[in-house]
Design a protein around this ligand. Sequence first.
Ligand code: NDP
Ligand code: 8X3
Length: 251
Amino acid sequence: MMKTVLITGATSGIGEACARKFAEGGYNLILTARRVGKLAEIKAELEGKGVKVKTLAFDVRDMEAARKAISSLEPEWKKIDVLINNAGLALGLDKEYEMEPEDWSTMIDTNVKGLLNMTRLIVPGMVERNEGHIINIGSVAGDAAYAGGNVYCATKAAVKALSDGLRIDVAETAVRVTNLKPGLVETNFSNVRFRGDDERAKNTYKGIKPLTGDDIADVAFYAASAPKHVQIAEVLILATHQASGSVVCRK
Ligand code: NDP
Ligand code: 8X3
């Protein structure tokens, strides 16, 4: 029987790359994000690969919208084997004491509460079936703060704590929990962080060959494909000339 993966933030970057990788690997896909048009485009493309694709458009910050979307799934889609909690963002590099409260709310609500909303809705079914895998997209930013990273780094530190906590909570079941912690990945992330200042976004990856969404999708697929007794608990994936969240050797 084919497996099903649900990916949040599947319209761009790491989530979109995971959609392609898991489709190639024979998974049926439940793709979620807010942009309906982009979801439809990816669905049309990936259905051509011989897998079934379901799209659900909602904001992960909105628990009621998420609950409604997940409850709308027909019985054939209810058994979710892999949940990839990927939707997330950073906003700016402002000092903590100067940041707009709205920006810290957006990051905390999306990266932390959004991930919790999806976990709350999907993991009970996995526990009941005694199988399943949650792959959270954390970050090197969760290992240590870097200049201007403050709140974003805190949200990714929270992703680590929530992944570790969930792994304890499901330890008596066969459910597995993975925290993937990428470094510099060239996606739409910096365009969002710098609010459409594409020049500044491009500079983030200047002088270094950054990771791609596909590099992260490869590791996510590896973790999901590991034998059942193997739990890839945490992986830090850096570009070769990056040593930490703040040490990047540019040429
Ligand atoms: P992108 O900006 O390319 O993609 C972000 C995705 O998240 C989009 O599909 C977007 O879709 C979705 N999203 C954002 N907010 C919401 C929301 N409120 N509700 C639902 N979906 C939402 O960035 P990345 O692919 O780089 O980021 C994916 C994850 O990887 C994030 O958690 C990020 O923190 C993490 N990460 C990124 C790194 C990088 O260097 N790029 C490194 C380490 C971690 P839509 O707008 O359609 O809703
Ligand atoms: C995103 C990568 O280095 O901007 O998590 O924090 S970084």
